[in-house]
Ligand binder design. Structure first.
Ligand code: UD1
Ligand code: CA
Length: 457
């Protein structure tokens, strides 16, 4: 890949969002709009990436510190041409500059490759719209060559009837761009420096203007209001659901699935309604996910069944496990094959080996649990002493009776049994029954107190 300058315009006001947050920081599919554009840009960035920001001030660069991009302040905002001018000193001359918009989040890498592939001096991304209102129109001469772009506010009635519009995204030779931008004037209806005026300059100079179209309209849809944001979210969710269906995933309802990241599925995966997937999630062959589960940054092995209403965050789950309903698996946990985690069981930063079960109402935190362990209902690890966290070790083939408290640090030896209702504060030996329960007694003849009458109130 050759080097490339990328300029992302993100200084605009976003007045119609009616929000104190800069427009480009509003989220689509779980990521700020600008982050979508930067994530696309990094796939090309072997050169300079420059973000022009303005409205919302430092909030924009502060939210994007993980990207290796230059942030350039445009203050005041005098138009798209003026915005690109602010970035010029950062750009390398002997390469193309790709201009993207921070509020147009879904332009696909394939479309940009198509624009950059031919290494033309000037390529515009254009699209034919049934309703072109609000966009700059692509004006072509009788031979069909682009002669200029005219903004709607400056357009004649005939020009307004043109359906081919400027998406705003373009690729241009940097040294030509530099030259053209230096000649921009703001003698138009809006009194702005229009980037689009460079097209007529190119034509006057005999530079051919190429055009490329995106594969989908949603790739060039910009966000100006909460309504447009919600609409684009639905479009994108539908698109992702459709991709999963094409791949063979069974979706109970493609309209009731949220993918806020990257979901990769094996064969014969089934997903019920209302599930949310965040970050990178992998579902192995034959995985079933029950209704209203939330799964983030997690890998799930083959034929595991996640029952409804489970919440799983950064966990590695093996094959043939059964999780939920109403299970909560928290970061740093690893479940090997054939593990059962039942209702109202919380697992945090723990490893649970093959064929172990915690089926009801438990908390397993900072623990290492061996194979074939049975953890009875209501058992909790007391991992926190108010200042520090400690580990609990439960070796293979242990049986923990119900309603046990394991006060860490503590180790339960291989094959041990813990009697129900115990509070275990020191290590329990292998193979033995250990319990700490008070002896059951009966008081013969004991009577329940009865209500006394003559006590003054
Ligand atoms: C622009 C195009 C228009 C195109 C449309 C596509 C120009 C003159 N017009 O119009 O042909 O059809 O986009 O949506 O380029 N921005 C800045 N600084 C500024 C002004 C804008 O960074 O001073 C940024 C905005 O944040 C936004 C983008 O540039 O991301 C486009 O700005 P916007 O005001 O929406 O341009 P339009 O008038 O819609
Ligand atoms: Ca716009």
């Amino acid at each position: 890949m050759t080097t490339l300058n990328i300029v992302i315009l993100a200084a605009g006001r976003g007045q119609r969002m009616h929000s104190d947050k800069p427009k480009v920081l509003h989220s689509l599919a779980g990521r700020p709009l600008l982050q979508h554009v930067l994530d696309t840009a990094v796939q090309f960035a072997t050169g300079i990436t420059c973000v022009v920001y303005g409205h919302g001030g430092e909030a924009v660069p502060q939210a994007m510190t993980k990207y290796e991009a230059d942030f350039v302040l445009q203050e005041p905002q005098l138009g798209t041409g003026h915005a690109v001018q602010q970035a010029l000193s950062h750009l390398k001359d002997d390469t193309l500059t790709l201009v993207l918009y921070g509020d147009v989040p879904l332009t696909q890498p394939g479309t940009l490759e198509k624009m950059l592939g031919a290494q033309q001096a000037l390529t515009l991304l254009t699209i034919h719209l049934d309703n072109p209102a609000g966009y700059g129109r692509i004006v072509r001469d009788s031979a069909g060559n682009v002669s200029c772009i005219v903004e709607e506010k400056d357009a004649t009635t005939e020009q307004r009837a043109i359906h081919e519009v400027n998406t705003g995204i373009l690729a241009v030779s940097t040294h030509l761009l530099r030259n053209w931008l230096s000649k921009l004037r703001n003698n138009n209806v809006q009194g702005e420096y229009y980037l689009t005026d460079i097209i007529a300059m190119a034509v006057a100079q005999g530079v051919a203007v190429h055009t490329v179209q995106p594969a989908h309209e949603w790739e060039v849809v910009g966000v100006n209001s909460k309504a447009q944001l919600a609409e684009l979210e639905r479009t994108w969710q539908y698109e992702q659901a459709h991709q999963l269906l094409v791949h063979g995933v069974t979706l109970a309802d493609p309209a009731r699935l949220e993918v806020r990241g990257k979901l990769v599925c094996g064969r014969d995966v089934e997903i019920d309604v209302g599930c949310i997937f965040e970050g990178d999630v992998y579902l192995g062959n034959g995985v079933r996910v029950g209704a209203y589960s939330v799964i983030k940054g997690t890998r799930i092995g083959a034929n595991t069944y996640i029952e409804p209403y489970s919440h799983i965050d950064q966990v590695n789950i093996g094959d043939n496990c059964r999780i939920g309903p109403y299970a909560r698996l928290r970061p740093g946990s690893k479940l090997h094959n054939d593990v059962h985690i039942g209702n109202f069981v919380e697992v945090k930063n723990s490893e649970i080996a093959t064929s172990s079960k915690a089926n009801h109402l438990s908390y397993i935190g900072d623990s290492s649990v061996g194979s074939r362990v049975n953890i009875g209902a209501g058992t909790i690890t007391c991992n926190y002493d108010g200042a520090n966290k400690h580990r609990t070790i439960i070796e293979d083939d242990v049986f923990i009776g119900s309603n046990t408290q394991l006060v860490a640090p503590v180790k339960i030896g291989r094959g041990a049994t813990i009697g129900a209702g115990s509070t275990i504060t020191s290590d329990a030996p292998e193979g033995e029954l250990t319990l700490s329960r008070a002896k059951q007694i009966t008081l013969p003849g004991w009577r329940r107190p009865s209500k006394k009458n003559n006590i003054p109130q």
